[in-house]
Structure formats: structure tokens, C-alpha cells
Design a protein around this ligand. Structure first.
Ligand SMILES: Cc1cc2nc3c(=O)[nH]c(=O)nc-3n(C[C@H](O)[C@H](O)[C@H](O)COP(=O)(O)O)c2cc1C
Length: 161
């Protein structure tokens, strides 16, 4: 469990391979540093997470913007943990993007509750639509649930509001 003032930090290269993990990350996900470095960040991907959330995250990052969201992750021994993540482009000397980093904090209880409900629906939409149309179905469902509100405002209100 994360303390209220504790943060899980990791960095990746442009392809999402882990280049840095802090101690809190290693403790919570139960991997040692050599098991993480150079490995794709989906090593902690939980099967309950809809693909649509990661698609949105990568779109946001590739547009040069930061992403906020609730994420359910898998530990090495099959447990899970929820975080509130802020993922940002990592710019060398403030210019060229050389990778990404993510700072995660303890999520609000109502944020986890809302995200778990929303993600279950997105996952069901993805499975129902089949691989070719999964993303379209997932994103359409998300847009419908947000009812015109921007995703970032939605998650920040759940975490901070
Ligand atoms: C800096 C950074 C941090 C990430 N952190 C996580 C994470 O904690 N959990 C996760 O499942 N994916 C994380 N991702 C996304 C993964 O790279 C990947 O897109 C996602 O797990 C979906 O994997 P898949 O496409 O193989 O299903 C992160 C990506 C970046 C760039």
C-alpha cells in the first residue's frame, strides 16, 4: 500500500521500455530492478484494464501533453494495486522528447470506484465489438459516459474534488 505522501515513479524510453524505477515502485509491484529495466511497461498491465485507456494515454503523450488517469496494475505475484497516474513527456533540455515518466499517487476511493465501473464497461464493449472494432467501441462508450466532459477534468475532479 502506498502512503499518502509516497509516489511511485518510473521512466521509459520512447517505446515504453522502463529506464528507471524508484523504490516504491519495486516494493509495490514486487519486482527487483533488473527484472524491470529495459522491459516494456506492460509488465504490470492488469487484464481488467481496457485497451482504450492506454490508446488514449499514448495519443495524449504523442501530442506532447501530459495524461492523468486511474490505473489498475498487476504485481509479480498476481495481486493488484490502483494508482492515480500523471504521465508526461520527458524533454531533454526542455526541447526534444526523449522518453516519458510517470508519477503515481494513492488514488481517491471514489476515483477507484468510478474507474472500476467505467473500465468494466469499456472492457465489455471491447470484447463485444471484437478485435477490429474494439477501440472504436471502447472510446465511443467512454465519450458517452463523459457526456461531453473532457477526460482530464473528469479524472482530476474524482481525485482532487
Ligand atoms: C511512462 C509510462 C508509464 C506507464 N505505466 C504503466 C503502468 O503503470 N501500467 C500499465 O499497464 N501500463 C503502463 N504504461 C503503458 C504501457 O506502456 C502499455 O501501453 C500498456 O500496458 C498496454 O500494453 P499492451 O498494449 O501490451 O496491452 C506506461 C507507459 C509509459 C510511457
Amino acid at each position: 500500500m502506498l502512503d499518502a505522501d509516497e509516489q511511485i515513479v518510473s521512466k521509459t524510453d520512447l517505446k515504453g521500455r522502463i529506464t528507471y524505477a524508484n523504490r516504491a515502485f519495486m516494493r509495490i509491484c514486487d519486482y527487483a530492478e533488473p527484472e524491470l529495466l529495459g522491459v516494456q511497461h506492460n509488465i504490470v498491465r492488469h487484464p481488467d484494464m481496457p485497451r482504450g485507456v492506454f490508446q488514449m494515454m499514448w495519443e495524449t503523450l504523442q501530442a506532447g501533453q501530459e495524461f492523468f488517469g486511474f490505473v489498475k496494475n498487476l504485481t509479480a505475484n498476481g495481486d493488484h494495486y490502483w494508482v492515480f497516474a500523471n504521465v508526461t513527456p520527458d524533454r531533454e533540455a526542455g526541447r526534444e522528447v526523449v522518453g516519458y515518466f510517470s508519477v503515481r499517487r494513492r488514488p481517491s476511493a471514489r476515483g477507484v470506484q468510478a474507474a472500476a465501473r467505467l473500465y468494466a464497461e469499456m472492457l465489455a464493449a471491447e470484447r463485444g465489438a471484437g478485435p477490429a472494432r474494439a477501440m472504436e467501441a471502447s472510446r465511443a462508450l467512454l465519450a458517452e459516459r463523459l457526456g461531453g466532459e473532457a477526460y482530464e477534468r473528469f479524472v482530476l475532479a474524482l481525485q482532487l474534488g
